[in-house]
Design a protein around this ligand. Structure first.
Ligand SMILES: NC(=O)c1ccc[n+]([C@@H]2O[C@H](COP(=O)([O-])OP(=O)(O)OC[C@H]3O[C@@H](n4cnc5c(N)ncnc54)[C@H](O)[C@@H]3O)[C@@H](O)[C@H]2O)c1
Length: 435
């Protein structure tokens, strides 16, 4: 099939690479010229394990075209995926649909009459119909179908998630359009992946409801961890006991510094606003957001208490990305913890294997940046683990003790066992675990 993908970000590029691996010819369009230039040099413009290799494999098979030319990208394509950003409007938490609207206007003059336009971006209920109206107003024939096909991949394991999804959701009023999309995804059909065909509106809500559920589950275990800390017991034991109940499940029950990233924060807010449009209130989700927003300050407060105040203290921060295996710092709890520590008067030096460049854009020179965990921790009064990079867990806690001037290690990702930290002569504070 001839396929076009609009937007070469985490979702767009992964979609483009994976569907080309399914055997289709793919043209991938972005308005960001630098991004397209990097892709034309064979470079992936962000950190995503396994993506560069799969991209190279399919470029070598001549199945790929990267371009900023919308006509070249869209002309003759049977399926046009829209994978542009839908960020949160910072002033009111609503979903910014400007990029989706612009993309619809951009592609309209170049669409073939039988094309299926696929909303892959996370968009509020009603957006597929809105995109269809934009196309119709732009003179696109009625035969062009707009389908909602939300994406559930996670950064850090995006390629595997795309190739082995739990389910594929297709929101479409017309069976034919859903069938064309199934052809685009043929290996997933052959592998017996569940395809759920719904109305466009249900598909749009499924995405927000899924992310809100995950955010609530994470926040629930974080509140249990705060309670476990107050009682003085191990929240991981509690999480295990809860997760073994199959009705609940083990996943998303790891206590930590709160949910972040490009999806859960904006999508929980997005759901509140969708509900608001229909005069409904999502009290559970509203509370999860509030609890989550408070966690970085609670954790910085714990460090402050253990150090007898933050003013003038040197703190080595390991991790800036919102989770391990990604360079994404959007709504990262690590960034929020850094801000809280700086607000309290601490001098923070941070190390992240991949996210420093993007973190600098947010934190600027309010903190210093190191090139290794050792450099970040040398001479520090306290060390803080804020992102669960595997390599942090490979550090010997006795090295940390040697590097630091002080003896406090805050492991908010539960990378180490508290026993290992205490045995190395360090004081431990964590999230749901006792030293
Ligand atoms: N990142 C994730 O883990 C993830 C997972 C599931 C769903 N989503 C959703 O997917 C969508 C995209 O997210 P992302 O993280 O990939 O965004 P991103 O910011 O990484 O990428 C968006 C890309 O779209 C490009 N773009 C914007 N307008 C364009 C236009 N008119 N034509 C061509 N290119 C254009 C931008 O230049 C950018 O490269 C969002 O709605 C997001 O909520 C993201």
């Amino acid at each position: 099939m001839e396929i076009c993908v609009i937007g070469a970000g985490y979702v767009g590029l992964v979609t483009a690479v994976c569907v080309s691996d399914f055997g289709h010819n793919v043209r991938c369009l972005d308005i960001d010229e630098e991004r397209i230039e990097a892709l034309l040099r064979g470079e992936v413009p962000f950190y995503e394990p396994g993506l560069a290799e799969l991209m190279k494999k399919n470029i070598d098979k001549n199945r790929f075209l990267f371009t900023t030319d919308v006509d070249l990208a869209v002309k003759g394509a049977e399926v046009v995926f829209i994978g542009v950003g839908t960020p949160m409007n910072p002033e009111d938490g609503t979903v910014n649909l400007d990029y989706v609207i612009q993309a619809a206007k951009d592609i309209a003059p170049h669409l073939s009459p039988k094309a299926v336009v696929v909303d892959k971006s996370t968009v509020p209920v009603g957006t597929a119909r809105m995109v269809k109206s934009i196309l119709l107003e732009s003179g696109v024939p009625e035969s062009v179908e707009v389908v909602s096909n939300p994406e559930f991949l996670r950064e850090g394991s995006a390629v595997g998630d795309f190739l082995h999804p739990d389910r594929v959701v297709i929101g479409s009023d017309r069976v034919e359009a859903a069938e064309i999309l199934k052809r685009a995804y043929h290996p997933l059909v052959e592998n017996g992946i569940d395809f759920l065909v719904t109305s466009p509106e249900a598909a749009e809500l499924i995405k927000y409801a899924s992310n809100a559920f995950l955010a609530v589950k994470l926040t629930f275990i974080n509140e249990i961890a705060l309670l476990a800390d107050a009682i003085g017991i191990d929240a991981l034991e509690v999480a295990k006991g809860i997760g073994l109940d199959k009705r609940i499940g083990k996943k998303y029950l790891r206590p930590g510094p709160g949910f972040g990233g490009s999806c859960l924060p904006k999508d929980t807010h997005g759901l509140l606003h969708i509900a608001n449009t229909y005069d409904c209130r999502m009290n559970v989700v509203e509370t999860a957001i509030e609890v989550n927003d408070n966690i970085p300050a609670i954790l910085a407060g714990r460090i402050s208490t253990a150090l007898g105040g933050l003013q003038g203290k040197k703190i080595g921060l390991l991790g800036l990305a919102f989770k391990g295996n990604t360079d994404d710092v959007r709504y990262s709890p690590a960034i929020e913890i850094a801000k809280e520590l700086v607000k309290g008067g601490a001098m923070v030096t941070a190390f992240d294997p991949e996210a420093t460049k993007l973190a600098k854009r947010v934190l600027g020179d309010s903190i210093s940046y190191a090139n290794s965990p050792e450099e970040a921790l040398t001479g520090a009064d306290a060390g803080v683990i804020a992102t669960e990079w595997v390599e942090f867990g490979e550090i010997d806690p006795s090295d940390i003790r040697e590097w630091m001037a002080g003896d406090l290690l805050a492991d908010f990702r539960n990378i180490f066992s508290p026993k290992a930290i205490v045995s190395a002569g360090l004081r431990f504070i964590g999230m749901g675990r006792q030293g």
